[in-house]
Design a protein around this ligand. Sequence first.
Ligand code: FDP
Length: 340
Amino acid sequence: MSESLVPFPAVPGVGTTLEALITAGTRGAPGATGEFASLINSIALAVRIIHNRVRAAGLAGMLGYTGETNVQGEEVQKLDVIANDILCAVLEKSGRCAMVASEELDEARVTSETGKYLVAFDPLDGSSNIDVNISIGTIFCVLRAQSISGHLAEGFIQPGTKIVAAGYSVYGSSTSLVLSTGHGVHGFTLDPGVGEFFLSHPNIRCPERGNTYSINEGNWARWDDPVKKWAAWIKGEDKALGLPYGHRYVGSLVADAHRTLLKGGIFAYPADKKSPGGKLRLLYEANPMAFLFEQAGGAATNGVDRILDLIPKGLHDRTPLVIGSRHDVATFRQFALRER
Ligand code: FDP
């Protein structure tokens, strides 16, 4: 049995730190070496450092663009680079991570010859919200290091079903870290004075059905008919069906996903005429979120098919993404299938 497959203790107490829970969760597991716990604690350390930089960004000249564009052709913000460098440096120092893949790196990068794990991340999600002080975050997932045909980087090219842990942080009114190692989902809140993540949301469950939908309505003209029909339906008046749903859209995946995970409802970034393959990245945005939503009893599809079953072709593949309450994701799917 792998050390990552050990459940968290059943009744985590008040004042429980992330580090204590992770360590207790892996202690005593057959074959446990503490490497997985150490890796997760390193990611939490990187998140705490990024939190610190985000909080001071307006004062320390860290806002604005670098003048570069990333592999996706998007303008790179200074904080994107800072967050990426922090994660790479901390994971390299940990010695537990063989390779990293990042939104900000064209290719996967070797970080340790001996590491047992691969980590894919979006170091600072919601870049367009950085300069206007709206919630942003970090998204990551952990896979086992394996070389495919002698290429370690190919280990990233696996379906999301192979993920052993995933999480995201939100740098919002507080800084939270939501994490799953495959045994449910737990939320932690940073006490900035103490510098520790404390368990604040044990065993998060995404409600079976919600009353909020989250989508960039400004893309209406670019959507296919099924998406237009679904969007018209969900904001139509029908008391018996619980309609209309309210609309919320922050424009940072971490923030929109976090609200949807806790309160239920649906977040959708479908394919459209501008982004025919979808906008969000499969390996380090859609897959980690899909893993978390499924672990919390919710669902995640590309509109029709399960996200975690998709086989990536490259590190920076994009996909349409529909996540949320099972009922709401299933209803979206019915609209999508009707016109096939
Ligand atoms: P951003 O463009 O600000 O980097 O990761 C991409 C992302 O943000 C997500 O965080 C967010 O959900 C989405 O794109 C927002 O896209 P739109 O501005 O097109 O709505």
